[in-house]
Design a protein around this ligand. Sequence first.
Ligand code: C5P
Length: 233
Amino acid sequence: MAKDVIIACDFPSKEQTLAFLDKFTGRKPFVKIGMELFYAEGPDVVREIKKRGHKIFLDLKLHDIPNTVKRAMAVLTKLDADIVNVHAAGGTEMMKRAAEGLIREDGTRPLIIAITQLTSTDDETLRRDILIDRPMEEVVGSYALTAKNAGLDGVVCSPLEAAKVHGACGKDFLTVTPGVRFDGGEKGDQKRVTTPEKARELGSDYIVMGRPITAAEDPVKAYERALKEFLGE
Ligand code: C5P
């Protein structure tokens, strides 16, 4: 399975995103487009970046009733993203319908992965706000297994949870992991971070890195460093 570094393009406009991507004249990075850019610019930004030869993880985290999610996915699949996602908390039926909605006329579909618990959620939030009194690790493992049983391809999780997810769901079940920082780099608002090299050791399939690359003085150099550390290239 292809391992790769995904750059989180958390920019407010298409103009800024394309100016950033213009810097990459060699290898075209795998790009994550999130809600900020998608809601600001609409589906065209996805088409445009795809046309430039980038793979795309469209990180819109759908969570609604199964029929609505299926129909939304049927629209999104036309954008030809490589990975899309939903919240596992939407349940088995929602995840199954989401995957169904993605199937294209030729029978193929993009990869679809699930958010288990957001890294901004802690045990206190689980107990107090969503009335879940199991430990986070158990919740993440159980949500991952539910996603796998619903036919999904993987989950978004911390690199620290990648081995547990692979243990429960098999090594081919994808772990896409944010919360990655270079040794000695700024953590920002990420609490539990690992280096690209450590993420590789822990079994991450894709690492998602935003600010350590987007805010670097030399983003291309930072990207190449991430590739080297994560892929050993
Ligand atoms: O800049 P940074 O490397 O922290 O960016 C990480 C990206 O991954 C952001 O787009 C963030 O929204 C996303 N993400 C995350 N933690 C999750 C899910 C998504 O950091 N659990």
